[in-house]
Write a protein that binds this ligand. Sequence first.
Ligand SMILES: C[C@H](O)[C@H](O)[C@H]1CNC2=NC(N)=NC(=O)C2=N1
Length: 104
Amino acid sequence: MADAEQTLTSTEIAASLPSGWTQSGESITAGYDTGDFATGLDLVNRIGAAAEAAAHHPDLTLTYPSVTVTLTSHDVGGVTRRDLDLAEIVAQHAATLGVSPAHG
Ligand SMILES: C[C@H](O)[C@H](O)[C@H]1CNC2=NC(N)=NC(=O)C2=N1
């Protein structure tokens, strides 16, 4: 099975989760304190572009004043390297915008 289709164990996931991300069953999630709506929308747009480039798509909740990102690989029903790779890109965009994870 290709790496991208391999579901990962909780131990493997924990070893690769960016700061502020947690595993919840078959998904990983993080909340980002954006502080205002416009910054959250900027983060959502950056995540959207990264998702299209990766052909892998998160669930996103944009509120005033936070963005919640949840990732799972629907095709295999679990967390794969695709989710961890996109989580890392999300964390980098948040850092670029000066946005911190809500926890951790
Ligand atoms: C063909 C295309 O790669 C698939 O439909 C992709 C699109 N984006 C996806 N995103 C996520 N999160 N899980 C998937 O299984 C998935 N499948």
